[in-house]
Design a protein around this ligand. Structure first.
Ligand code: T6T
Length: 324
């Protein structure tokens, strides 16, 4: 501990000298701004709080945006920053481009930035660019996850058929990388056709759009729901029209209801991200930034797991179910 503190003092005192309101406990103050109020981010919040204790930093969680919106997120960000002084902002930017200028301004005002789950620009901060100012990006390899799901679905469908892909909004880094990975995986299967639509990250809309798609295209034999809201809305539509089992379903995000749907035979595959591990990595690297003299990698991946009917009752996998 003594060694760590000695190494760190030069770095941390630099950040501290900018703080008007001196914190009594002398720990770095970190602010997290989530993307939306869902169980992925609330699970991540718990991970951040536990890790903050372990790594000796203070964490504040901002108000949650209620919809996926750059305007709402930037307003929350600005309001929260006006109330207190922070050394580091960890944020899940809702959009890749529209948030860059606000974040750059914050960075120019002396607050370090990390992106968590979603990123800005193309997420490569190792090459100098107008968006390379964050310390690092920490998240899931969304492209790889999408690619793996494509391979699994191709197998399930005997390499033929029509798959309905329900995504949220273009210009959101995480979900668009999932879609790109899925398309790349499916490019090896010429007899599989994709229909891709966007539900604005709204579960009800996802349900209605899936219903309409199934009515218009009775040959749809597979569905990929690209995040919590798309996955929950689309599988509900399939259950409502009584097509459970006929349509094979892969979902992204391990919410309690999607895992229950696997148990009930309504969904075939769920990709679980690791929001707790993602959060811990962010806090661990933040702590290293403040307390030790190490280079911070520009990208850190937190991994993912698959739930299927075969492993859904295994406690080793159940620990990845998101908390409600
Ligand atoms: O899938 C997660 C997150 O990774 C993504 O960036 C946005 O949607 C979720 O929060 C799920 O709703």
């Amino acid at each position: 501990l003594i060694l760590t503190l000695t190494l760190s003092s030069s770095i941390y005192s630099k950040a501290q000298s900018d703080i008007e309101e001196v914190k009594t406990d002398n720990k770095p103050n970190i602010l997290f701004v989530p993307g939306i109020n869902d169980s992925f981010y609330t699970t991540m919040e718990r991970g951040l709080r536990t890790a903050a204790e372990k790594y000796n930093v203070n964490i504040t969680i901002s108000e949650y945006p209620q919809v996926w919106s750059d305007e709402e997120q930037i307003a929350i960000l600005k309001k929260t920053l006006s109330l207190n002084k922070y050394d580091l902002l960890i944020i899940s930017p809702t959009f890749t481009e529209s948030i860059i200028s606000s974040l750059r301004e914050i960075h120019n005002n002396g607050i370090e930035i990390m992106t968590l789950d979603t990123f800005i620009g193309d997420g490569d901060y190792s090459v100098p660019s107008e968006f390379s100012f964050p310390l690092t990006h920490i998240g899931t390899d969304n492209f790889l996850g999408g690619f793996n799901i494509a391979e699994e679905m191709a197998l399930m469908l005997d390499e033929k058929g029509i798959i309905y892909v329900i995504n949220t909004i273009g210009d959101t880094s995480s979900v668009m990388a999932r879609e790109s990975g899925f398309r790349a995986g499916m490019s090896h299967y010429p007899n599989i056709e994709l229909i891709v639509e966007y539900c604005q990250n709204n579960q009800e809309l996802a349900r209605e759009m899936t219903l309409a798609a199934l009515q218009e295209n009775p040959d749809i034999s597979g569905i990929f729901g690209v995040n919590v809201f798309c996955a929950q809305g689309s599988y509900e539509a399939v259950v409502n029209v009584g097509l459970t089992g006929t349509i094979r379903i892969a979902s992204w995000d391990a919410t309690e209801s999607l895992i229950k749907a696997i148990k009930d035979g309504q969904i075939d595959l769920v990709l679980a991200q690791k929001p707790v591990e993602m959060a811990e990595l962010a806090i661990e690297w933040a702590s290293k930034y403040f307390y030790s003299n190490v280079d911070i990698p520009k990208k850190v991946l937190s991994g993912f797991e698959f739930f299927t009917a075969e492993n859904v009752d295994d406690p080793n996998i159940q620990k990845y179910i998101y908390w409600e």
